[in-house]
Design a binder for this molecule. Structure first.
Ligand SMILES: [Zn+2]
Length: 347
């Protein structure tokens, strides 16, 4: 398994001030991950600018224009927690473009990369087709999935979202689309409030949205069981030609925006399981950064993911241990999820 990194040099120009999603998140992450790349001679790709046409495969024209104009007049707030500054539109185009670079790299028939990790901000998974929200301007994952479908001609694409918040934006865009499977692990209840287990797609897309609302206090064991019992078997049956991961690490035990107990080892295991699936199927894996807001632990968590998709041993020293809290209500929840999903999949 060979992996690579996609970096966004302009990320600091998306200025959000005193905000959890800020320009100081990624410099320490990039220092650690480019160090991994150097020591293992793994390629590092530059971002490119996505076109407006790329965005319009997932977003309404009015939304793209609203963000462009608002950013130009910035700093200004698009919703209660989403701020843009004058360069934000351009950075968002490059964040989407970095996601497309990752997809190109792992689907290049002449290339040797099986996976890539795009370190992008602003994050994307809360942005709906016509609205910015939750620190997100455009859904990088949905844009990448539609690009893979419509430009690269890949029949079926899977998006696996393990950010602790529900990926309502990506879900909204793909809700009626049977060619893109959307699977989301997220704490429930939590912002943005959506993602209950009966949200499973509509119209022709019915059955192609899979929500795993995890009880507060869920950790490595619960997430890995969810992967092995639900996400993994559904991915196998869906048989995608590309796997996109919305990689948000804010379910970590030391992240302040939620109440989950994942550790770096858990994130590594989720990444490794995803990469094993992709490798078995001979398909590419593109991981796109979403949340993760504790500056002390984010470099470690992103390293754990990079190692997981790259098939090398992680150095997990410095992680924060999870409390032994017993079953947070997961056993019952898993039964509920299985009952719902058994309408559509063999589980
Ligand atoms: Zn999040």
């Amino acid at each position: 398994m060979k992996t690579g990194l996609v970096i966004l040099r302009e990320q600091g120009l998306h200025e959000t001030g005193n905000h959890p999603e800020n320009a100081s998140r990624f410099p320490p992450v990039l220092e650690r991950l480019t160090g991994d790349s150097r020591s293992r001679t793994l390629p590092v790709f530059e971002s490119r600018e996505a076109s407006v046409e790329d965005l319009l495969r997932a977003h309404a024209e009015s939304h793209v224009e609203n963000v462009r104009v608002a950013a130009g007049n910035g700093p200004t707030w698009l919703d209660g927690d989403t701020v843009v500054s004058p360069e934000s539109f351009r950075v968002a185009l490059r964040a989407a473009g970095a996601s497309l670079v990752a997809v190109d790299a792992v689907t290049d028939p002449g290339g040797d990369l099986s996976s890539a990790f795009a370190i992008v901000r602003p994050p994307g998974h809360h942005a709906t087709s016509d609205r910015a929200m939750g620190f997100c301007l455009f859904s990088n994952a949905a844009i990448a999935a539609r690009y893979a479908r419509e430009v690269l001609g890949i029949d079926r694409v899977a998006v696996l979202d393990w950010d602790v918040h529900h990926g309502n934006g990506t879900q909204d865009i793909l809700y009626e689309d049977p060619s893109v499977l959307f699977i989301s692990f997220h704490q429930w209840p939590l912002y943005p409030g959506s993602g209950w287990l009966d949200e499973s797609g509509a119209g022709e897309g019915r059955g192609f949205t899979v929500n795993l609302p995890m009880p507060p206090g869920s950790g490595d064991i619960e997430h890995l069981e969810g992967f092995n019992a639900i996400a993994g078997p559904i991915l196998e049956q869906f048989d995608p030609g590309l796997l996109i991961i919305s990689a948000g690490q804010d379910g970590h035990v030391a992240d302040q925006l939620a109440n989950q107990n994942l550790t770096a080892a858990g994130y590594h295991a989720l990444a490794e399981a995803s990469a094993r699936f992709a490798e078995r199927r001979g398909i590419g894996l593109a991981a796109l950064h979403e949340g993760g807001y504790n500056p002390l632990t984010l470099p470690l968590l992103d390293h754990a993911i990079y190692a997981g998709i790259g098939g090398f041993a992680p150095d997990l020293s410095g992680d924060v241990p999870a409390p032994d809290a017993g079953d947070p209500g997961w056993v019952e929840r898993l039964g509920q999820i299985r009952r719902i999903q058994s309408r559509y999949w063999h589980l």
